[in-house]
Design a protein around this ligand. Structure first.
Ligand code: PLP
Length: 448
């Protein structure tokens, strides 16, 4: 009789993994979860410091979300969303309209983050076609950007780890040098610069603005690139530049939305309104796959016409607007308000910054400790003075991941960047446990 782990290996191809690694290090098989903790079939507990891929916002098995989902399940599990509608979707759009940056008014439902990005790109392209901007057919994105794994989303991503092999299949987009505050080429620091690096964006826009339909960005935080944080001012300058060159600004808030950044949205924090905004992950509290592509009225209007004009946005996904997803999302909004989650997370974040600085501030291999909202990242370097990274072949991050798991901690480093992106209601005791586990795992790997 095969064990569950052996059956897993026999049948399952896991995402974003080299399956050969699983033979030596099989995955924990998670049986249940509660709050910030995962429990496996062997009786081990793991603190989910990465919110199960940055999605879980308010803890696993949240009592309130579970109760509302059970009610909704007995009423309506799913219905086609073209030509039909339902109460949870209507209420969700209505609620969010009050919370997203002002001017974003129409909500297009999809079923995962990449799909929301695909919709945004197609909308921007078609908008330009249908509003007399025929030269605008291309897209700009940052270097080191990440927007998902489907072909369009990969095309506006810049991380070779995910895209290199597929390059012959991808659209040729225009890269804007992303701000790199830790290794600032202008010798400035994040909190006292005038965004001198913005001249790179200005140059790219001057050269390519005319042919560009939209620029897509991860606002204030390039997550997959290693939790690279850049200042609000950069975002405000970029908003103005997009307007100057008649380039739509797409804010991919899939990872940054719903309080992760200390405000409900990164764009809101910076005081800007993008033309298109993508949401997913925390939208449903990390419960169910759902996403939104939200647009300004001017974009919606460019598609609004008699059917015979052929201007409609002919894009759909089977599970778009799933009523269970919408119910989870509505409940998330209720809990954020009811439990004052953002205020609570802000206090936890301040405490965590101090604790991490105290623990790792003088570590000879810690180059930078950076944070925004409750997201905290610790970048490891071989040499603190020169900021020289460890050789990639050492797989330091993966080794730390394995060790941390043995200490009951789900820590999934991005390269050599260790980070915390926990549920917003995680406790200080739990974070203390995480810091100790991280410290132990790091030391064991450095000593090995
Ligand atoms: N955009 C950003 C900024 C992300 O971080 C992610 C996922 O990590 C995506 C898009 C893709 O979302 P999904 O994995 O749901 O396709």
């Amino acid at each position: 009789m095969l064990t569950l782990a052996e059956r897993d290996l026999q049948y399952i191809w896991h995402p974003c993994s080299q399956m050969k690694d699983y033979e030596e290090f099989p995955p924990p098989i998670i049986e249940r979860a509660q709050g910030s903790w995962l429990y496996d079939t062997e009786g081990n507990a793991y603190l989910d410091i990465v919110s199960s891929w940055w999605a879980n916002l308010l803890g696993h098995a949240n009592e309130t979300i579970n109760a509302r989902l059970k009610e909704q399940l007995d009423r309506l599990e799913h219905v086609i969303f073209a030509n039909f509608s339902h109460r949870p979707a209507i209420e969700l759009a209505e609620r969010l309209a009050e919370l997203v940056p002002p001017g974003l008014t129409k909500f297009h439902f999809n079923d995962n983050g990449s799909a929301a990005v695909e919709a945004a790109l197609k909308m921007a392209f078609q908008y330009c076609r249908q509003t007399g901007r025929p030269t605008k057919t291309r897209f700009m994105c940052f270097t080191e950007s990440y927007h998902g794994e489907t072909i369009g989303a990969l095309s506006v991503g810049s991380m070779d780890l995910f895209a290199e092999i597929y390059k012959p299949m991808l659209m040729e987009n225009i890269r804007v040098e992303a701000p790199d505050c830790y290794r600032c080429p202008y010798g400035k620091t994040r909190d006292c610069c005038a965004c001198e690096c913005f001249e790179q964006a200005e140059r790219t826009f001057a050269e390519h603005g005319e042919e560009t339909a939209a620029m897509i960005i991860e606002p204030l935080l390039q997550g997959s690139a290693g939790m690279r944080i850049y200042p609000d001012l950069y975002l405000r300058k970029l908003r103005a530049l997009c307007t100057e060159y008649d380039v739509l600004l797409i804010a991919d808030e899939i990872a940054t939305g719903f309080g992760r950044m200390g405000a409900l949205f990164a764009t809101g924090r910076a005081g800007i309104t993008p033309d298109i905004m993508c949401l997913s992950k925390g939208l449903t509290g990390g419960y169910l796959p759902m996403s939104l592509t939200i647009v300004k009225e001017k974009i919606y209007n460019a598609f609004y016409a008699d059917w015979s004009e052929g201007k409609a946005f002919m894009h759909s996904h089977t599970y778009a607007g799933n009523p269970l997803g919408c119910t989870a999302a509505l409940t998330v909004l209720d809990i954020l308000e009811r439990d004052h989650i953002l205020e609570q997370a802000a206090a936890t974040a301040e405490w965590l910054t101090a604790r991490l600085t105290e623990t790792f501030g003088d570590h000879p291999h810690v180059g930078e400790i950076r944070h925004i909202g409750l997201i905290h990242a610790v970048e490891l370097v071989a040499d603190r003075e020169t900021k020289r990274p460890f050789p990639a072949g050492r797989r330091l991050g993966y080794e730390i991941y394995r060790r941390a798991l043995q200490h009951g901690l789900v820590l999934r480093p991005l390269g050599d960047v260790l980070y915390f992106n926990p549920p917003l209601n995680i406790t200080r005791e739990e974070l203390d446990f995480a810091i100790a586990g991280m410290q132990q795992a790091l030391q064991e790997v450095l000593d090995s």
